[in-house]
Design a protein around this ligand. Structure first.
Ligand code: SDX
Length: 383
């Protein structure tokens, strides 16, 4: 019998503060709340670019010239349709949670993609762009089908964000709504080794395919500790209903040991730099729609109730204001996390490309704490 030598292992639960690899996708300084996509500050990108430019930046590695962007955008617009077979699958599973439907439909798209087995960088990028273009069509088709309506065909005259809202509601969005959706997609596009991107990397590290990696990432993003927070924030805000009730509601929640969703972050110990762009649009949209109370409630949480938590490095994250924006745009709460996924597909694609480019199977260890070398008792001799 081989004796196991005693040894001390250092557990890093949740892989907290563990660097997996290098990346050129994004830089995050959690201490000061700084985020760069391929070297460009998220504030510049949110205020001066479009989602199409950001997708080009992430997947082509540089900001496009006007001509490059025009051709790239035309390519995305041409890829928005989904096969009839996938629409039929959506019809079959229309009563499931929208993230389950998105996950199922992306999985089905693999069966229709002629390049599914090609893991060359060029094919991965082409597939990632196709999924970026098709995923909004899936989410919008689900919303129409579960309301008993026919899905709306993509409109090639509208940009990515505007077309998503058009397919969702069956009418062209106003400029404000399309603009808010565009910034939201930019802010959600890429964020390093977050749980869903890490999941995509693990799948890619076994040399599986992009569709499998994105399906797995969708499963990871769905959780309320990750992408599901925006839906929980809006549920909380609607339960509070009146800014004057926020304090009592929060006291009860926190005294139960529950967490205020939309606050805290594994990396940011200062304000999530993405939050300011959503905070301002939540305030403005609330005023335009004549529903200022939701922003007022959110501000009570941020400026009063959760203010003391800043001492522990707990600030708002990207999800805190996103839910109120989607709600004010008329989007049902259970679709919120799938909107996060729509923005994040380019980031997942880039993380998969980087993993393949310099791959090493991702396979950490677990420290065994169970019994050792037990004598086996055959079934006939067990009591
Ligand atoms: C996203 O990783 C990414 O990049 C993710 C993301 C992306 O773009 O992909 O940025 C998107 O997922 C944002 C996070 C959305 N999730 C939420 O808003 C859910 C609520 N937040 C948390 O549950 C929590 O903050 C996490 C999960 C986000 C991070 O948790 P950690 O890093 O594992 O930290 P922890 O759970 O160990 O908490 C540390 C302390 C604890 O207090 P102590 O036990 O040390 O006294 O902070 C407290 C926690 O209780 N805390 C909170 C809190 N979040 C952490 N207390 C109250 N409310 C909260 N929201």
């Amino acid at each position: 019998m081989t004796m196991t030598t005693a040894r001390k292992v250092e557990l890093r639960r949740g892989l907290k503060d563990v660097y997996l690899d290098t990346t050129e996708a994004s830089f995050i300084d959690g201490g000061v709340g700084k985020l760069l996509y391929r070297g460009y500050n998220i504030h510049d990108l949110a205020e001066q670019s479009t989602f199409e430019e950001v997708v080009y930046l992430l997947l082509r590695g540089k900001l496009p010239t006007p001509r490059e962007l025009e051709a790239f955008d035309a390519g995305l617009r041409a890829e928005r349709s989904i096969p009839r077979g996938v629409v039929e699958i959506i019809q079959r599973v229309k009563d499931a949670h929208p993230m389950d439907v998105l996950r199922t439909a992306v999985s089905a798209l693999a069966a229709f993609d002629p390049e599914v087995k090609d893991n060359s960088k060029e094919a991965l990028v082409r597939k990632g762009l196709r999924l970026t273009a098709q995923a909004p069509t899936i989410v919008a088709a689900l919303e129409r089908i579960r309301k008993g309506l026919r899905p709306v065909e993509p409109n090639p005259k509208l940009n990515h964000a505007g077309n998503f809202l058009y397919m969702l509601f069956g009418k062209e969005p106003d400029e404000e709504a399309a603009g808010v959706m565009d910034v939201d997609f930019i802010l959600h596009a890429e964020h390093g080794a977050n749980a869903s991107a890490f999941t995509a990397r693990v799948v890619a590290s076994t040399l599986s395919d992009l569709h499998s990696a994105v399906v797995a990432a969708i499963g990871a993003l769905k959780g309320p500790a990750h992408g599901g927070a925006a839906e929980e924030v809006m549920k909380m805000v609607k339960e509070v209903a009146d800014p004057e009730r926020a304090r009592a509601y929060a006291d009860a929640l926190l005294s139960r040991g529950d967490r205020v969703m939309g606050f805290g972050h594994r990396v940011y110990k200062a304000e999530d730099p993405r939050a300011r762009h959503l905070r301002e649009r939540s305030r403005r949209l609330g005023e335009v729609k004549g529903q200022p109370q939701w922003f007022q409630i959110l501000q009570r949480f941020e400026d009063e109730i959760m203010f003391p938590y800043r001492a522990k490095g707990i600030y708002v994250n990207v999800d805190f204001y996103a839910g109120s924006i989607y709600y004010l745009l008329g989007i049902p709460e259970d679709l919120f996390v799938s909107i996060f996924a729509l923005g994040r597909i380019p980031g997942w694609t880039l993380q998969v490309v980087e993993q393949y480019t310099n791959n090493m199977l991702i396979r950490p260890l677990l420290e065994y704490t169970g019994p050792m070398d037990l004598p086996f008792v055959p079934i006939g001799q067990r009591g």
